[in-house]
Design a protein around this ligand. Sequence first.
Ligand SMILES: NC(=O)c1ccc[n+]([C@@H]2O[C@H](COP(=O)([O-])OP(=O)(O)OC[C@H]3O[C@@H](n4cnc5c(N)ncnc54)[C@H](O)[C@@H]3O)[C@@H](O)[C@H]2O)c1
Length: 387
Amino acid sequence: MKIAVVGLGNAGLPLAAVIAEKGFKVVGVDVDARRCSQINKGINPIPQEPELNELIKKHGGKNLIATSQYKDAANSNFYIVIVPLFIDDNHQPDFKFVKSAFRNIGKILKKGDCVVLETTVPPKTTETLIKKWLEEESGLVLGDFYLAHSPERIMTGYSISRLKEFPKIVGGVDTKSGKKAFEVYKKFVSNLSLVSSARVAEFIKVIEGCYRFANIALANELFKIAEELEIDFFEAREYANHEYCDIHMPSTGVGGHCIPVYPWFLINEMKGKNKIENSLLLRTAHLINEEMIEFWAERIVEGCMKIDKPINEVKICVQGITFRKGAKSLYNSRNLALAKHLMEKKLNVFVYDELLSKEEIVELGLKFIKPDVADLVFDCFALEMKK
Ligand SMILES: NC(=O)c1ccc[n+]([C@@H]2O[C@H](COP(=O)([O-])OP(=O)(O)OC[C@H]3O[C@@H](n4cnc5c(N)ncnc54)[C@H](O)[C@@H]3O)[C@@H](O)[C@H]2O)c1
């Protein structure tokens, strides 16, 4: 069994390393040639990911060979694809990376090979677009090759431990594909279940994100209501939660490239079927989460007005602009959106983030400050206003 992992990013590299650790020869394909060369030298490009340094040091350039050329993976018979899928400003999925990866695999695909998509996609993508791109490029038809979906369920910062323990699922575009993919994954994933189809596997990952998205909106709404009623939300939440109740933490909204993205896959599908009313809760959750920027901006302005200085001279520090604690990414960052919103209000806004250097902050067109010299600090993760 020769395995190729296509996309050696935050999700793909830990998976490739875990497979290599199980004793397989893995070819990692990534369009970023610099990243590949680093990996082959045993250097981990994601040093903040626990346990990954040792795995890359041990397997980089040995059991795990990284390359930017798809032809170097032509001897493989099992392909796993984890490249990004973003949504555009109109919330439509942009398949450019996924399409390019599958068209390239199609060019080297042979009879008997198995291809598995791990990127989260709208339900039915694997059985339609992915199958089509592979068939068009290879000249083969499904049945000559196997095709399945197995959504990546890691969380940056916990990738290796999640890959070792977290339940993973796989579903085929047809029965044989499901069984084939399951047999191979079983060799390196311990907690694995086979589901009835690729579309069920796709849906499982999307609805998991929708659950979080709607529950974050619920927490945000309850937080605002508690504030109006002069009730300590956090105290109430602590005692409200039990086995059947999981009220999430409120926030400045939902960031990152997963949770705010996946609900749109379903909203778009319903829109396409003239059934937009079926997605009322998801659309409302989006509005509630988006409104949190203005909510916190108002609290910050109120905080500034209590300081004995002209309001536009109050040094405001927005602390924590990465999209969540521990993840060095600004993708869809609501905290960054909050900082920019305050700047638009002509306030004297600075930022601080323990994961970003002063230079990185300045490069973003923002002003850096250490929290202890600011007049007012808004901690985006603790949701606290400090002097
Ligand atoms: N990071 C996470 O925590 C996480 C969690 C669950 C699921 N996922 C899924 O994984 C997908 C990828 O996320 P990520 O965090 O790894 O992204 P990333 O941006 O960290 O990495 C993507 C990698 O793919 C490479 N790439 C892009 N197009 C390519 C192509 N055509 N061929 C080969 N390589 C290509 C890029 O160079 C990059 O190294 C997401 O879209 C999501 O569906 C990620």
